[in-house]
Each structure stands twice: as C-alpha cells, then as structure tokens.
Design a protein around this ligand. Structure first.
Ligand code: C5J
Length: 240
C-alpha cells in the first residue's frame, strides 16, 4: 500500500441499496449522541419512559469501528444533544411536550437533564472523544441544525459521512436527512445504531436505503472494517 493509494483510493463495500464507495480522506465518521443521558439509567431516555439497556448493546460494535477509523487517521465527529444551562436554546414546545418524569433542565441522577457540561450529558466513557476530534453540541435532533457542522466539514473537504449512534429514527435519521439535503453521501452502520423501539430501527433503516437510496446507504460494520483493514494511516494533512 502506498500513500498515493491512501489519499486517492476510492474504497467500496457492499451496502443497500447498492455498493457504497468513499475516499477515506474525504469521509468523516459521525457518532450521534452516544451520551449517558440516552444510554444509562437516570438520564433523558429513561425520563421519557424508555428501556435504556437496549442501546448499550451496540457499544462494542461502535468501539470496533471507532478504533479502526482512528487507526487509519480518519476524521471523527461526535455529537451531543445538549442545551445551554439557561435553556435559551430549548424551545418551550420541546421542554413542555408529553409527561416525562423529569423535563430538560430538571435535576436528575446524573445532573441536569440534557444540559451541556452535566455528567449525564457526556459521551459514554467507552466512546469518549480524544484530542483532535470534533465535538458538536446540538440543540435539535439533527446534527446540522444551529451548529457549525456543515462549515467544519466543508473546510476539511468532506463529501461522505459514515453514521453510528442513537437513536436510529430520531437523531440519526434526522441528521442523515439534513446531510442528504446538504449534498453528502451517507452510510448508516446498522449494527452501530439502535432505537428504544426495535421496529422503529428496522423501519428507519429501510427508509434510508429505499427508493434507490433516497437518504443514503446502509450496511453492517463488518464490510467497513474489512476495507479499513487493508489501509494504512492517512497522511497527516487529512487529519483533523
Ligand atoms: C432523542 C436522540 N431520541 N439522540 N434523541 O430524543 O435520538
């Protein structure tokens, strides 16, 4: 393997609805909201009445992809659903909806629910960001709404995104749709995303790749790990 191959090679893996091709140097791994607030008891997910244990099952698969992507020097983006302490970026309609046991901003077992900087709002230890990785705090479900993510990706020449994270049909799907409208080709790793509702996950995955990939592509992580195993590190200038 040569540096030229690493910088210009277009890698291809089997996916739905057809093969997904990407240049690693122009691709970011986007990890949506793998936060304690969604995955651990006592956080936002549980206040909404969900069984949070379902989501923890994808952590090992996410770790494997993250480790392989980091080993190749690829760009990593982590997102957190997070609001300012004064809730000035939390629409009352979002805070007041439904009948949760605790609302956004209330004090819970891991600090204030969905508030930036609180213990529960951090990314779980197993997938914690490392120096040089992008961390986006987003007040909405989508990673592009009211954030600088698009600009950061454009500055780095990114055209393709590989998505992992939770929950499939809410923040992951919303972010993929936002990415699609901004011109990115996106792949969703099906064993690296989860929902509190398994049938919602299945439907969301199908919606992504339906109609010739109307939102993007879907595939298990094994194919990605295989193609990455054949690559050495990206050149320094392609790192974030
Ligand atoms: C939700 C998310 N489900 N990260 N957030 O409210 O999907």
């Amino acid at each position: 393997m040569t540096t030229a191959l690493q910088t210009s090679a277009s890698l291809t893996l089997a996916a739905e609805p057809f093969a997904f091709s990407f240049e690693p140097a122009r691709t970011a791994l986007v990890i949506i909201d793998m936060q304690r607030d969604f995955i651990e008891p006592g956080g936002f997910g549980q206040t909404l009445g969900n069984d949070v244990s379902l989501l923890a099952a994808i952590v090992p698969a996410c770790q494997a992809v993250l480790a392989a992507w980091r080993a190749r020097g690829g760009l990593v983006v982590h997102t957190r659903e997070a609001h300012r302490a004064d809730l000035s970026d939390c629409p009352p309609a979002k805070r007041n909806r439904g009948n949760p046991s605790l609302r956004i901003g209330d004090m819970g077992a891991m600090g204030r629910i969905l508030i930036a900087g609180e213990p529960g709002n951090q990314i779980i230890e197993a997938l914690a960001p490392v120096a040089g990785e992008i961390v986006i705090d987003k007040p909405g479900k989508g990673a592009f709404y009211a954030t600088g993510l698009h600009e950061l990706l454009q500055q780095r020449g990114i055209s393709h995104l590989i998505f992992m994270g939770v929950t499939t049909e809410v923040c992951v799907q919303t972010s993929m749709r936002e990415a699609n409208d901004r011109g990115y080709d996106s792949l969703l790793l099906t064993d690296c995303t989860e929902s509190y509702f398994p049938h919602f996950k299945a439907s969301a995955v199908a919606m992504v790749h339906a109609q010739g990939g109307i939102v993007g592509w879907t595939a298990g992580s094994a194919g990605l790990l295989q193609v990455l195993a054949n690559l050495a590190h990206l050149p320094d200038e392609q790192r974030c």
